[in-house]
Write a protein that binds this ligand. Structure first.
Ligand SMILES: Nc1ncnc2c1ncn2[C@@H]1O[C@H](COP(=O)(O)OP(=O)(O)O)[C@@H](O)[C@H]1O
Ligand SMILES: [Mg+2]
Length: 278
């Protein structure tokens, strides 16, 4: 069980997140929605401690996440992987190495500096890329991939952390609808098959409705809705997005509902393990 208790974050006089309290049972898929500036990113960043809380506390089971320091903090950041709108890969490094970077928190600094990854780690990295359907890109510089492929690399890197929780900050905001669907399907698959809790900020309401069993709506730093998609009425939507009656669902839509996602790059008969030098 993951818990936030009266979590507040101030930047100067600005209150970005205002006394937020909720629990998330292990294995839930949660969408956080709200206008730009509502506090969504700050909330996620406090969960994996890229930002500290100003007051309140964050707990994961018996662990008080919000007060962790040093090795315990690094261990939490490993358990709680994060992906970003802009992918945050190292563009000049090949895809495989980018994915292996997800292992850095698991290993000694010396081995990391020497860039020595074990055979098991390389097999694991190829497996993660295969799962995301992009193993054929393993040796390409990450920066040469399409946005959708880069986000899948970022997810593969997150999987290498073997996280208990996966945080995603607007993971599809820079993607076209087909790639948005591929990425959301991947997050759903990780949630359903691995039982990993997924908490994702989304700027599109229809995506949250179709993928998330629970939706948390934020406005001005506060939670103004917390429930199932079916309970997200027009009135609730108006409260989250403000602006009253003129708010329509289509305004926040990416039209993600594309019938069949086909992979735009097929493996040209190359053996994935051979790609990893195995
Ligand atoms: N590092 C920061 N310094 C100052 N203000 C910030 C910082 N990060 C976020 N804010 C402010 O906090 C509020 C919430 O921002 P954010 O969490 O990014 O919202 P969202 O992700 O919902 O768009 C905004 O008013 C934003 O300007
Ligand atoms: Mg944001």
């Amino acid at each position: 069980m993951f818990q936030l208790k009266n979590v507040t974050r101030r930047f100067g006089k600005k209150i970005a997140v205002n006394s937020v309290t909720f629990d998330i049972p292990q294995g839930q898929m949660v969408g956080i929605i709200g206008r730009s500036g509502a506090g969504k990113s700050t909330l996620l960043r406090m969960i994996n401690r890229l930002n500290d809380v100003s007051s309140g506390s964050i707990h994961f089971g018996d662990l008080e996440v919000s007060s962790l320091r040093g090795a315990a903090l690094r261990s939490w950041q490993r358990d709680c992987a994060m992906i970003f709108q802009q992918f945050n890969l190292v563009p000049r490094l090949d895809v495989l190495t980018n994915v292996l970077l997800g292992r850095l928190n698991h290993r000694s600094t010396v081995l990391s500096i020497l860039n020595m990854f074990t055979r098991e780690e390389r097999i694991m990295a190829i497996g993660a890329l295969e799962r995301l359907g992009i193993e054929q890109t393993a040796l390409q510089p990450a920066g040469t991939l399409s946005g959708g492929q880069q986000q899948r690399v970022a997810i593969a890197r997150a999987l290498m952390q073997q996280p208990k929780m996966l945080l995603a900050d607007e993971p599809i905001a820079s993607l076209d609808p087909l790639n948005a669907k591929i990425v959301m399907d991947a997050l759903r698959d990780i949630n359903e098959r691995d039982g990993i809790t997924v908490v994702t900020n989304l700027h599109t309401l229809d995506t949250a409705r179709s993928y998330c069993e629970r939706i948390i709506g934020m406005a001005h730093g506060s939670v103004v809705f917390d429930g199932q998609p079916k309970d997200l009425t027009a009135a609730a939507v108006a409260e989250i997005y403000g602006g009253g009656a003129e708010i329509e669902e289509s305004m926040t839509s990416t039209s993600i509902n594309i019938p069949a996602a086909q992979d735009n790059q097929k493996s040209a008969g190359v053996k994935p393990l051979a790609l990893a030098g195995l």
